[in-house]
Design a binder for this molecule. Sequence first.
Ligand code: KG4
Ligand code: ZN
Length: 344
Amino acid sequence: MTEPLVLGIETSCDETGIGIVRGRTLLSNTIASSMDEHARYGGVVPEVAARAHLEALEPAIEAALAESGVTLTDLDAVAVTSGPGLAGALMVGIGAAKALAVSLGKPLYAVNHLVGHIAADILDPDAPPLEYPTVALLVSGGHTSLLLVRDLTTDIELLGETMDDAAGEAFDKVARLLGLPYPGGPEIDRAAASGDPAAIRFPRGLSRASDLAQHRYDFSFSGLKTAVARWIEQRRAAGEEVPVADVAAAFREAVVDVLVTKALAACKDHGVPRLLLGGGVIANRRLRDIALERAEAAGVTVRIPPLSLCTDNGAMIAALASELVMSGRAPSTLEFGADSTLPV
Ligand code: KG4
Ligand code: ZN
């Protein structure tokens, strides 16, 4: 099939994403988020997310079809995220995808969410074709992973990942310590704009020589969060005001520094002059600026898809399935379930 028409369903976290693509062309990317419902809890609540997907899915599918002018019978395949992610949330999307595929008599593709984030790049109409191999750094509220992509559909190696909190989660937790609302990433970004990143030196997780031997490409953000908490506590105990802008800027600098340092180390070690960024944390201006600046100095080209394709969405899931169809991959059988820790 030259240019398959694929509908993708993404429900691994708090975004209900429905995307429709034809080959590598994006036709629609509909997203309903339950983020507001999670805000009062300070993070995503799995059961709330699953219930929200159930309500949002059908209208999101209708909206995506209307936007693209496609009818269900036109589809060549249905795709769905089968993991990693929140099990209950994934199950809602998987149930819907199976029902659609069976009732329409269309092939069904179960795909990996992280690989989907990489596939998002393919839909960027302004970017030249993705070259292999490439290093990919995926950073969001749910994951922080460094991958070596030799081929999107057949050969992806996980180089490293977070040992505890995801980078976005660290932003959310530190924002809470500073009394800023959820989601914390954009709030910290805003507060940091008037702060001095060098005012405080917060620790860079897993960056000591002794850590690097075993965890060269792994991340850890829980120690950083604890260091920020302790620093704030000491200030308050001394009756001093907490300089929110400086703490935000210094924290952001620690996260960005370690993300970019490890991603570029992976490029250098593997002789790969290409780095692809993805995930919602890419919205961070400082992360993009530092990555571009240091990559240029290292002779590495950086690719950053449009933000609407970097955050969780169904179009990236459809794009990945479209690649699988075009590469001749057989569809999934109906037995698959949700795998919250699905490897790449
Ligand atoms: O990819 P995403 O929309 O959803 C998943 O978590 O999968 O990412 C959301 C995460 C949240 O943790 C949010 O705080 C973070 O991305 N984020 C940011 C920024 N905008 C969103 N983190 C840092 N700086 C930002 N500007
Ligand atoms: Zn994601």
